[in-house]
Design a protein around this ligand. Structure first.
Ligand SMILES: [Zn+2]
Length: 296
């Protein structure tokens, strides 16, 4: 049946299956902070090539760069600035680089779920998706010693079954959807789930500005200083509104000599502005789930 032939139950059901419920923007942030800052790095590494069934040595080496140069460079900036962050890691990337995951945890950061091999959830049968998420959670726990409490779906690809599986996993948050600037509660077919959504946006992601495809027309069209400018403007307004500033980055995108200044200067800008609570996604989700909300 074509979309224009659907009855109301069909189109309304599709829209309301997973929805933004009440705002969880808190009445206040810890320590009297003006806003919260949640930085995340998606450590995809070689899984970006593997998930498409690829075998390109060149693209594997690009993934390896993320682990070999990107992650150390990022960890050194975060360490110098004493800023905690969240790293979302596919299980296969963690199996390829287990010491990296242990180092990330040892330096006070969080590791969250990011699929098994960066698979696209929406093309999988529910049983397969469930099996992969559970295996990924077990594998990350085996490597890091810590059970992940949150998920960023690979490529932000959220299937009709994903929320149900997140409930079964007992997760406290997701960070893959974009219905608000500030945290909100996920509602499944009209029923509040208690799961906190920490919303993402392509605007607050390094990849769309910098990725390129050698054989297609896709080329970076935004210079690095302009990307910093966009991130600063997103932060400044979050600060003004007393909300959340959440940024998604990738070691194989931002971790280069000519780009890492974006992370450094952004953190310096935020510290100069003052009143920022730098926290992991898990800490932000816990605060938003338990405290009184701003009542928006
Ligand atoms: Zn990813």
């Amino acid at each position: 049946m074509e979309p224009w032939q659907w009855d109301e139950a069909e189109w309304r059901g599709r829209v309301e299956h997973v929805r933004a419920g009440r705002s969880l923007k808190p009445a206040s942030w810890p320590g009297g902070a003006r806003c919260a800052v949640a930085l995340s790095f998606d450590s995809d590494h070689e899984t970006n090539e593997l998930r498409d069934g690829g075998n390109s040595i060149g693209r594997m080496s690009w993934g390896q760069y993320g682990a070999r140069r990107g992650i150390p460079r990022i960890l050194s900036v975060l360490g110098r600035e004493s800023v905690p962050a969240t790293f979302f890691v596919p299980a296969v990337a963690a199996l390829l680089h287990p010491d990296e995951q242990r180092r990330v945890i040892a330096e006070g950061h969080e590791i969250g779920l990011h699929g098994w091999i960066h698979e696209l959830n929406s093309v999988l049968p529910e049983a397969v998706e469930r099996d992969l998420h559970f295996r990924a959670a077990d594998q990350l726990e085996k490597i890091t010693g810590i059970r992940a409490v949150g998920m960023r779906t690979p490529s932000w690809d959220f299937s009709p079954s994903t929320l149900k599986i997140q409930r079964e996993l007992g997760l406290i948050y997701d960070s893959s959807l974009m219905a608000d600037d500030d945290p909100y509660e996920l509602v499944e077919d009209g029923v509040p789930t208690g799961i906190v959504e920490l919303p993402v946006e392509w605007i607050r992601d390094d990849a769309p500005y910098f990725n390129m495809d050698r054989f297609k027309g896709l080329r970076p069209h935004t210079p690095p200083p302009a990307v910093l400018d966009i991130f600063i403007r997103e932060f400044d307004r979050a600060h003004e509104e007393g909300g959340l500033f959440l940024l998604t980055m990738h070691p194989h995108v931002i971790g280069y000599r000519s780009r890492i200044f974006i992370v450094e200067e952004l953190i310096r800008h935020m510290k100069a502005r003052g009143g920022c609570w730098f926290a992991t996604h898990a800490a932000v989700a816990r605060h938003c789930a338990t405290g009184p909300t701003a009542g928006r």
